[in-house]
Design a protein around this ligand. Sequence first.
Ligand code: AR6
Length: 244
Amino acid sequence: WALSGRSDERPPLYLHLLPRLHLCDERTRPRHHAEPSARLWRCRLLLERQRVDGGVEHTPCQTIGVMMLKPNVSKNEIVYFVGDITTLAVDAIVNAANCRLLGGGGVDGAIHRAAGRDLLAECRTLGGCETGAAKITKGYRLPARYVIHTVGPVYSGSASDAELLRSCYWNSLDLARAHELHTIAFPAISTGVYGYPKEAAAEIAIVTIREWFDEHPDAGVRVTIVSFSAQDDAIYQNIQRALR
Ligand code: AR6
């Protein structure tokens, strides 16, 4: 009841509610609450008061506080997923965008299609994004709450490519942390239309994420590295094994 914020039902007593809130973690939360790592839930409670005449009075639904739940992600970790990033119910998915931030092909197109036109409308207000930088919008019709848009380098073979790609991962994680987001999914930035060699890009992704974890050991961030094909996932697995 507290999670859905419904005020049309008779609420449980405050004390009854506490154990229920306590149970609302990743495993037990109802399916329709697609916010696996939301850590702050606003507790809207009806206060039940015993009236002098013996009846019970319900104060209309009011916010009486914010309850901090145990974070679902307590340590930094990398997990791997093969499939469509737009299906993931995480705090934020990262978009491999272009500098104009007005949509495009590849994963960018898939994200805009799944999120709906409101995403494009918000993107128009952002004034574009430089290569290596990151900007955040809401997720709209996506299961993810936010989209972090970052612009990877167009592969040129010059030394700056690696530095810019690294910045994409680093700045996206910084932005997620600034918004208190704890589950973030990355596609293989720059490895499609922008032509970055997949092995080199995968190594930069894993090394950068690990270095960011080292610098923020208490961040409690779970990064999902998303591959669009099993072959791409095999590249990550090989690099992960080699780096261990
Ligand atoms: N889910 C996960 N990964 C995907 C998906 C998806 N739905 N679709 C594609 N990929 P790309 P870039 C993978 O070309 O190279 C756009 O037009 C794909 O297999 O999407 O950074 C933008 O507007 C590849 O491994 O991004 C820019 O103009 C990876 O996502 C430009 O492309 C990145 O491929 C950006 O190029």
